[in-house]
Ligand binder design. Structure first.
Ligand SMILES: [Zn+2]
Length: 684
């Protein structure tokens, strides 16, 4: 979430990630950073060698309490905020010209945003928009009807029990095949159904109450709604029992299970796969990657044993829950009230901010095209490309200096680095929205349904075809970046190439500690515990020698062990295995960006700015990117679900392993920010 992601390898998983962003990210207010690196953010009463995060950010943390509508407030929010101001102008312009704009995509964007903003029409309609679907569910009377309903909704892009879409074949990455992923649960992770601690138990109780409230809103009697909510929780608990954990989902070997149609039918014999593939308009598919076969078998069994009446209430809840944010305020308020248990936010975002985010999710490349035309210059693109090339050259020298790796593995590593595709700013080929109808006067709900169907059709049309390398997994305004192991590509949307990550007015030290380290981070993902399992062509294939692989695994395991010892909220432990890839990427990215800075500085005198050397400013820049205040609810959610470590540890952990940091700040070996060499980890 909102965090320099590594892209995962199935469309289904990507959908999960997107939902996470929607639930917690956002922005507000007006933000103007006056200096590339502001000394006012520093708390000089904290010793940099004891807690560098607190030293670098203490002033800012005290002066910036979390605004009521946010789960967390930090530099990402501030930048997203500045972006929102721009997107609002783009969208208001699109809405004002939605009948006259020459670009049909802009007319659709304008219609979508205008319908979302039309709260009077939305309030007046209540839940009328979903009444036909509720009637459809009410008419279900047999197990065959239950399965038919699942198939029809999936073909409309509304997967209910499992996720279906296109995915690259991990062992033949030039080819796109069908993919099926686990789904069917409404809480953020399988563990929420099983953990017995007080917080999780309270979330579960609130969830049952929330389901019951939603059912009452669409006309159920309170007593029945309460009983139905309990049976929905029981059903979801059965489904969750067969889910892989998030740590398991990071294992690309475990989640690669290429099946023939006959093998798929054997996994879930009670489901009419022929009808399913026909409805999805890919009847001839011969290969299906099932990320979790055990899940599919479990769901198949549930379809044959759970009463039809339970499925009907489950479908009703699923429909209401998905539609809630496009309906009238009782539905929106109910969804927000439950979400507060997970985010701690005190109030809702203003409507226009929710509508900006919704439009970006719905038609991100149409909105993004208008955004970059206005706010992203060819100069910015050229500078970013140059920086990527610098960091890449430095990465190559690092590969040359790794003594734990043999020359034969090194040769393969060079090949992988040289094959990296880099995408900067925005796609060369924009997504074609001509098959999407967003007519003037359509309801917000109807538009959302149209978008889901369009995106599903667009996605499944890629199945059984060669991979399209022009596609992007994030919209251009996104404040984030990613590495995709199957494409072997690094991608930097225009949105992140702004202060505090990249500032044309800043000195090199600040830009290398910001954007440089972010670029290094994404490149390192190609060589993290997961990415390193893919070769230069993006195929899941071991290219390390056995000895080198053992060396590499010992290092990554030692780094995971370090993170297992870190806590937040006093006693909540970071999950070292879940966050291993991101942590390796941070350490690699910082190490390489630092080396690139040293090369750029060469023998030039180390002129201080605001009292700090360039080397110190490099580390301050990294630390200040991660400044954030986080509500306890959101911190718990992050530790349970997010592959990224909490912000303080993204700063203190990698820096305490870097001799260059200790040198820059004069930290004595053994101080909290300077591990002894015997305990330090250096991978890339
Ligand atoms: Zn990452």
């Amino acid at each position: 979430m909102r965090r320099i992601c590594t892209a995962l390898h199935t469309a289904a998983i990507m959908a999960v990630m997107t939902a996470m962003i929607a639930s917690t990210a956002g922005a507000q207010g007006t933000y103007h950073q006056t200096k590339p690196l502001d000394p006012a953010n520093i708390d000089t009463t904290c010793a940099p060698c004891t807690n560098f995060y607190a030293f670098a950010n203490g002033g800012w943390l005290k002066a910036n309490p979390i605004p009521a509508a946010y789960a967390q407030w930090g530099s990402f929010n501030e930048l997203a905020e500045a972006n929102n101001d721009k997107l609002k102008l783009v969208l208001e312009d699109a809405a004002a010209h939605r009948t006259t704009a020459s670009d049909p995509s802009i007319r659709k964007v304008g219609n979508f945003y205008a319908a979302c903003m039309d709260s009077a029409a939305i309030e007046k309609a209540g839940y009328d928009p979903i009444k036909p679907s509720l009637a459809e569910i009410a008419a279900i009377s047999t197990p065959a009807d239950v399965k038919k309903y699942l198939i029809t909704r999936a073909a409309e892009g509304r997967d209910i029990l499992f996720r279906f879409g296109s995915t690259q074949d991990a062992k033949n990455s030039s080819q796109v095949i069908a993919g099926i992923g686990q789904g069917g649960i409404g809480l953020p992770d399988r563990d929420y159904y099983f953990k017995t601690d007080a917080h999780t138990a309270a979330v579960r109780d609130a969830y049952v109450k929330h389901i019951a409230n939603d059912l009452v809103l669409v006309g159920e009697a309170p007593a029945k709604a309460q009983a139905d909510a309990q049976s929905i929780l029981a059903l979801e608990t059965s489904i969750a029992g067969s889910h892989l954990t998030r740590v398991q989902m990071r294992d690309p070997q475990l989640t690669y299970n290429r099946k023939t149609p006959a093998e798929l039918a054997a996994l879930a014999p009670g489901f009419d796969w022929k009808a399913f593939f026909a409805a999805e308009k890919v009847p001839g598919s011969t290969a299906i990657d099932v990320s979790n076969p055990r899940f599919l078998t479990a769901v198949d069994s549930l379809l044959n044993t759970v009463p039809v009446s339970t499925w009907k209430t489950y479908f009703t809840w699923n429909l209401v829950s998905r539609a809630a944010n496009t309906l009238s305020s009782p539905f929106v308020n109910e969804a927000f009230a439950f979400n507060q248990n997970l985010t701690g936010a005190k109030e809702q975002l203003p409507r226009y901010k929710r509508c900006i985010a919704a439009t970006d999710r719905a038609m991100g490349e149409a909105l993004g095209k208008a955004y970059v035309e206005k706010y992203f210059t060819p100069e910015a693109k050229a500078r970013a490309n140059a920086m990527v090339n610098n960091i890449k050259a430095e990465f190559r020298s690092r590969l040359a200096s790794r003594t734990w790796m043999s020359d034969s593995t090194r040769k393969m590593a060079y090949a992988k680095l040289d094959a990296f595709a880099q995408k900067i700013g925005y796609p060369d080929k924009w997504k074609d929205y001509s098959a999407l109808t967003i007519a003037p006067g359509g309801s917000y709900y109807a538009n959302s349904v149209a978008v889901a169907a369009f995106n599903n059709a667009d996605d499944v049309a890629r199945i059984d075809k060669p991979v399209d390398r022009t596609r992007w997994g994030m919209s251009p305004p996104t404040v984030n970046a990613y590495y995709n192991p199957l494409m072997n590509e690094i991608v930097f949307p225009a949105g992140i190439m702004q202060p505090p990550f990249f500032d044309p007015n800043a000195d090199d030290a600040v830009n290398y500690g910001g954007m440089g380290a972010v670029i290094g981070h994404e490149m390192s993902h190609g060589f993290d515990d997961e990415g390193a399992q893919f070769d230069a062509q993006g195929n899941l294939k071991t290219w390390f020698t056995a000895t080198d692989l053992a060396n590499f695994k010992a290092k990554t395991a030692a780094y995971a062990d370090q993170f297992d010892t870190y806590t937040i909220l006093d006693s909540l432990h970071v999950n070292g295995k879940l966050t291993n890839g991101e942590n390796i990427a941070d350490l690699g990215g910082l190490t390489i960006a630092y080396a690139a800075l040293e090369k750029a500085l060469g023998n030039k005198p180390r002129t201080k700015i605001d009292g700090y050397t360039p080397e110190q400013r490099f580390f301050l820049a990294w630390a200040q990117i991660w400044r954030s205040n986080t509500r306890p609810e959101a911190a718990r959610l992050q530790v349970a679900t997010d592959p990224h470590s909490p912000d303080m540890w993204r700063v203190n952990a990698p820096l305490s392993n870097m001799p260059a940091f200790a040198e820059a700040w004069g930290c004595k070996t053994g101080s909290p920010m300077a591990r002894p060499a015997s305990e330090s980890v250096a991978i890339w």
